[in-house]
Design a protein around this ligand. Structure first.
Ligand code: GDP
Ligand code: MG
Length: 177
């Protein structure tokens, strides 16, 4: 066998879910392209973006799926979830209703994908300090109760964005290897 043939290839499908305008598309844009759109419309969403990462010297491709805004109509299809091994469930720390929706998003995730899908709860827009409506401790408590990882991010100032995706990819890798 050549070195090439011995190298295992990993492709992990990861989905972004959460209410409209919580920053899902911008988290992906920041992570994959280091870009940010101050006034993004839901139409900027790509179907998915593949990002190469290295974990323990192994090359991993994270195929990250973004909605094209259909979450506004409660019409994220089962095809979106099919085969997902990871999920980022996102809310906006400056809008409590988006946090109240998390339970529903988790139900939908577990209806359409494997129960063991590695999931991180993401409180985005943590740069909006004055507008905060959901405390860090509340996010943490919900994540603990549901057995999820937890992180607060800002797609605007880049805080923890790479960390959020890496946490999921590393855990999937650990489970599979
Ligand atoms: P999506 O509908 O969940 O994909 O949300 P978008 O990524 O389209 O973002 C919705 C709006 O929130 C846009 O105007 C973004 O510029 C803004 N936004 C996204 N992430 C952040 C963030 O971390 N901080 C702030 N202040 N605004 C953000
Ligand atoms: Mg979007």
């Amino acid at each position: 066998y050549s070195e090439e043939e011995k190298t295992e290839d990993y492709l992990f499908k990861i989905v972004l879910i959460g209410d409209s305008a919580v920053g899902k598309s911008n988290l992906l844009a920041r992570f994959a392209r280091d870009e940010f759109y101050p006034n993004s419309k839901s139409t900027i969403g790509v179907e998915f973006q593949t990002q190469k990462m290295e974990i323990n010297g192994k090359e991993i491709k994270a195929q990250i799926w973004d909605t094209a805004g259909q979450e506004r109509f409660r019409a994220v299809t089962s095809a979106y979830y099919r085969g997902a091994v990871g999920a980022l469930v996102v809310y906006d720390i400056s809008r409590r209703p988006t946090f109240d929706s998390i339970g529903r998003w988790l139900n939908e995730l577990h209806t359409h994908s494997d129960m063991n899908v590695v999931t991180i709860l993401v409180g985005n827009k943590c740069d909006l300090k004055d507008g905060r409506e959901v405390g860090t401790a509340e996010g943490k408590a919900l994540a603990e109760a549901q057995g999820l990882f937890f992180i607060e991010t800002s797609a605007l100032d880049s805080s923890n964005v790479t960390n959020a995706f890496q946490t999921v990819v590393k855990e999937i890798y650990n489970i599979l290897s």
